[in-house]
Design a protein around this ligand. Structure first.
Ligand SMILES: N[C@@H](CCC(=O)N[C@@H](CS)C(=O)NCC(=O)O)C(=O)O
Length: 363
C-alpha cells in the first residue's frame, strides 16, 4: 500500500516536471525554422513531404454540390470546400492554385483516402465516431455545421407525418440513410428508402416522381431548391432537423503533423475573422498593425522575433491563407451567401447570434 503511494507520488512529480518543462520550452523557443517537432517523425511528416515532392495538393472533393464544390464552364473548381483545399495549398506551397481535385463518391471516399489517393478529403463529410474509428479518418475542425433535411414538391406534403408510407430518395454510403431510418422509427412512421449511387441519379429519381421526397444534408437541398428548374418555389424543405452533420476536412490516422496542419489552416480562417483581417486588408495589417496578436498571427517580426509554433508550416502561413481565400466570413459569403442559408451555428462564438466557430489561440 505504502509502496503504491510512493510510486504514485513519484509519478505525479514526474508529470508535474514534464508539464512545467514542456510549458517553458514551448514559450522560450523562438527559433524561426519550420521543422516539425512531433514525436514520430518518419510517419508524421509523410503527407507533408509527399505534397511538397509533388508540388501540389491532391484534394478529394464532391464536384457537384452547389456552393460547396462545383466545376465552372472554364473547368475551374469553385466552392466553400474548394476554398479550403486552396487554403491548404496556399499555406503549404504558397500557391492556392497548386491543387489537383479528385472527385470522390460518398461510398469510395474513405477507401481512397486510406489508399493515399488523396492528401485530404474535403467533401461535405460528416464527422462521426465510426469514421473517426473504424474508417481510420482524422477529422479537423468543423468547417460547416449542417443538418439533415427532407425536401418535397411544394404542396404535396406539409409535415414529416404526411410522409408515412412514402418513398424517399437517399444517397448510399452517407449518414443520411441511418439518420432517416432512426427518425421515422422514433415517430412510428414507415417509408421506403430508395438509395442512389450519386446526387445526379437521386435528383433524377426525385424529379421524375420515382420518390416522393429527397433527404440529404440541408446545405445540399438548399442548393438544389435554389437552382431548380423551372422555378425554385416548386420545392419545399420541411422544418424537421433530422440530425447533426458537422462537416469538415479529413486526413488519415497516424499522420499527426499533417492533421495539425489541416486543422490550423481551418483555424486561420476563423482567427482572421475574429481579428478583423480580410483578403483586402491583410497586407496593410502586416505593414501597419501594432496589435501584437495580429502581428503574431501574420508572422510579423516583433522585437527581433517571429512567432513560430512549429507546425511544419512557414511562419507566414496565416497571411498566405488569407491572401488566397480570405477569412471564414469571406469564404462563406462568396460561396454560400447568396443561397439564403443563414450562418446560424456557423457564426463565430463571439457573434450575435452566437455560433459554434471557435479557434484555439494562436500563441
Ligand atoms: N454529410 C453526409 C452526406 C454526404 C452527402 O450526401 N453527399 C452527397 C452530396 S451532398 C453525395 O455524396 N452525393 C454523392 C455523389 O453525388 O457522388 C455524409 O458525410 O455522409
Amino acid at each position: 500500500m505504502r509502496k503504491r503511494q510512493r510510486v504514485k507520488r513519484i509519478g505525479a512529480l514526474f508529470l508535474l516536471f514534464s508539464l512545467v518543462f514542456t510549458a517553458c520550452s514551448d514559450d522560450d523557443d523562438q527559433s524561426n525554422g519550420a521543422q516539425p517537432q512531433n514525436g514520430n517523425q518518419d510517419q508524421a511528416d509523410s503527407t507533408l513531404k509527399e505534397v511538397k515532392r509533388k508540388g501540389k495538393l491532391t484534394c478529394g472533393t464532391e464536384g457537384s454540390v452547389p456552393g460547396f464544390s462545383t466545376v465552372n464552364s472554364d473547368g475551374d473548381h469553385e466552392g466553400f470546400d474548394v476554398d479550403f483545399c486552396k487554403a491548404i495549398a496556399a499555406a503549404v506551397l504558397g500557391d492556392p492554385e497548386k491543387v489537383e481535385y479528385r472527385e470522390l463518391t460518398a461510398s469510395n471516399r474513405f477507401t481512397l483516402l486510406q489508399a493515399s489517393e488523396v492528401d485530404v478529403l474535403i467533401r461535405n463529410t460528416t464527422w462521426t465516431a465510426k469514421r473517426d474509428g473504424a474508417e481510420s479518418g482524422n477529422f479537423a475542425a468543423t468547417t460547416f455545421y449542417d443538418s439533415q433535411g427532407i425536401m418535397v414538391h411544394t404542396g404535396e406534403f406539409k409535415t414529416v407525418e404526411d410522409l408515412d408510407n412514402s418513398s424517399i430518395c437517399l444517397i448510399s454510403g452517407t449518414t443520411t440513410e441511418a439518420n432517416i431510418a432512426a427518425y421515422f422509427a422514433a415517430k412510428n412512421l414507415k417509408f421506403d428508402p430508395r438509395s442512389y449511387e450519386n446526387s445526379d441519379s437521386a435528383q433524377e429519381a426525385f424529379q421524375s416522381g420515382s420518390c416522393d421526397a429527397w433527404s440529404a444534408d440541408r446545405s445540399r437541398l438548399v442548393g438544389v431548391q435554389k437552382n431548380w428548374l423551372p422555378e425554385p418555389g416548386a420545392l419545399t424543405i420541411l422544418d424537421d432537423v433530422l440530425s447533426k452533420e458537422p462537416l469538415g476536412p479529413v486526413t488519415r490516422d497516424g499522420d499527426t503533423q499533417w492533421s495539425d496542419i489541416v486543422n490550423w489552416v481551418v483555424f486561420a480562417t476563423i482567427n482572421a475573422e475574429e481579428l478583423g483581417i480580410t483578403q483586402e486588408n491583410v497586407d496593410d495589417m502586416i505593414a501597419g498593425s501594432k496589435d501584437s496578436e495580429v502581428q503574431r498571427f501574420l508572422g510579423v517580426e516583433v522585437d527581433g522575433t517571429i512567432f513560430n509554433p512549429k507546425l511544419g508550416l512557414p511562419t507566414d502561413f496565416n497571411a498566405q491563407v488569407i491572401r488566397a481565400v480570405g477569412n471564414y466570413s469571406e469564404i462563406y459569403k462568396r460561396n454560400i451567401g447568396h443561397s439564403g442559408l443563414e450562418r446560424g451555428l456557423n457564426n463565430l462564438w463571439t457573434a450575435e447570434p452566437r455560433g459554434l466557430l471557435y479557434s484555439p489561440p494562436y500563441i
